[in-house]
Ligand binder design. Structure first.
Ligand code: FAD
Length: 409
């Protein structure tokens, strides 16, 4: 086993949070070694680029910080110190222009992550960042040294300060596998169980629906769960539903499933037509037309929307315009399970706020800081996830710089 006596700051995890901490420290001339288990950095960030890389959101700060629900009080000052406007300016400084989409979401003009990551890494290297890929952190040894598995065998590193930015447990093939939970728990750090967030849900579809409609988008709908509404488009899959509004409601739905063993959604298939108007239209004489044709002609329902109406057990509603209109406006759908965390966009749970200081330093381990998705917060898609990773990385970088300046004074 090699023992590398390292007096620089060690950052473990080269995703957006770890890289942003490195950004701050390297710019201040601090010597930083960054370790990552994967052969290259920022793999999840690159994956986020496949759907356009929603970097942040341009809504007013109060609304923006509300998206972090229960963690808002902890995260608001951190987000405020590196708000969406500063994230956009940071990208511009790296030569990547951004734009605000119609929904307020902010994207790079090229809708890709690779150019931004390339420019970022080039700047970090120029500022002296030492990068060690294929170094999997395995916890601490009995003397508090960092243990790594590397292609050349085990390595022990002593750092004056360690920043952990190991991500959650979704998409483990991209590097973040949640293995750190065990090592932090054994160091008496409390970690809220990691759970899927912004995830798909399983539904017992009929064979007919699965065969004919899997892979089709369900557009222009509104979903309601526990009084909360979300609109937009989601995808019908062989196992159930994923994307858009179901991600927005995923926290409530996951918690309800966990508590009650089942969770119900209501889908409004025609958000633009009110119930009274539906009743009036459905009451028009049907003549010899099939119900499918009647639905299409009177209220514009066809394809997957019409098929969903037939998923329920109660067919008698089709003979009663009032009841059918009620179903169209609030179609009940039972969800059976969340999809596994490995498939989720993000992870809820993580290092609890009670176990860290305002600087995001672990209370039970001096000089160990935590940033990014491994902290216990949750937010919907819409640029909020990356925003919080950038902001916590920046916050930790500033806190460590300040601590080092006290030490050297
Ligand atoms: C398909 C997909 C699309 C997404 N799209 C968006 C989007 O458009 N907008 C948005 O805001 N968010 C999006 N996200 C979420 C966003 O990518 C994450 O929230 C963000 O990458 C988390 O950053 P992080 O730095 O905390 O962790 P990560 O990006 O997960 O990085 C953690 C790093 O730590 C390394 N690591 C883990 N364990 C170890 C170990 N033991 N030893 C050494 N290294 C280790 C990993 O290899 C990894 O490089 C998306 C996620 C997915 C999966």
């Amino acid at each position: 086993m090699t023992d590398k006596n390292n007096q620089s700051v060690a950052i473990i995890g080269g995703g957006p949070a770890g890289l942003m901490a490195a950004d701050v420290l390297c710019a201040k001339g601090v010597s930083v070694d960054l370790y990552d288990s994967m052969p290259s950095l920022g793999r999840k960030f690159l994956m986020a680029g496949k759907s356009g890389l929603n970097l942040t959101h341009a809504e007013a700060f109060d609304a923006f910080s509300e998206r972090f629900v229960e963690s808002k009080s902890f995260l608001a000052p951190i987000l405020d110190a590196f708000p969406p406007s500063a994230i956009r300016a940071w990208a511009t400084n790296l030569g990547v222009e951004t734009f605000v989409g119609t929904s307020g979401r902010v994207f790079p003009t090229e809708m890709k992550a690779a150019p931004l990551l390339r420019a970022w890494l080039r700047q970090l290297r120029a500022n002296g960042l030492q990068i060690h890929v294929r170094h999997k952190w395995m916890g601490w040894d009995k003397d508090g040294g960092l243990m790594f598995d590397t292609p050349d065998g085990s390595l022990q590193v002593r750092s004056c300060i360690t920043i952990l930015a190991l991500g959650g447990a979704s998409w483990p093939k991209l590097g973040s596998d949640g293995a750190w939970v065990e090592w932090l728990c054994s160091g008496n750090v409390s970690v809220a169980p990691l759970k899927p967030a912004n995830c798909g849900f399983e539904v017992d579809w009929s064979d007919h629906l699965r065969q004919h409609f899997q892979g089709q988008p369900l557009k222009g709908i509104t979903m309601t769960a526990q009084g909360q509404k979300a609109g937009g488009e989601c995808m019908v899959t062989d196992y159930g539903l994923e994307g858009g509004p179901i991600y927005v409601l995923s926290g409530i739905l996951r918690d309800t499933l966990e508590r009650d063993g089942s969770a119900n959604l209501e889908i409004d298939l025609t958000p633009d037509i009110d119930e009274a108007s539906l009743v009036q239209r459905l009451s028009r004489p049907r003549g010899k037309k099939s119900m499918a044709t009647h639905l299409k002609r009177t209220v514009g329902l066809s394809g997957i929307k019409s098929a969903l109406l037939y998923e329920g057990d109660d067919r008698s509603a089709f003979n009663n315009s009032v009841r059918l209109a009620g179903l169209i406006k609030a179609l009940p759908l039972a969800l059976r399970r969340t999809r596994p965390i490995a498939e989720a966009i993000s992870t809820a749970g993580g290092v609890t706020w009670s176990d860290i200081t305002e600087s995001l330093e672990l209370k039970s381990m001096d000089n160990v800081y935590v940033a990014g998705e491994m902290l216990d917060w949750d937010a919907p898609t819409g640029g909020y996830l990356l925003s919080a990773c950038f902001a916590t990385g920046k916050w930790v970088g500033e806190a460590v710089t300040q601590k080092l300046s006290f030490v050297s004074d």
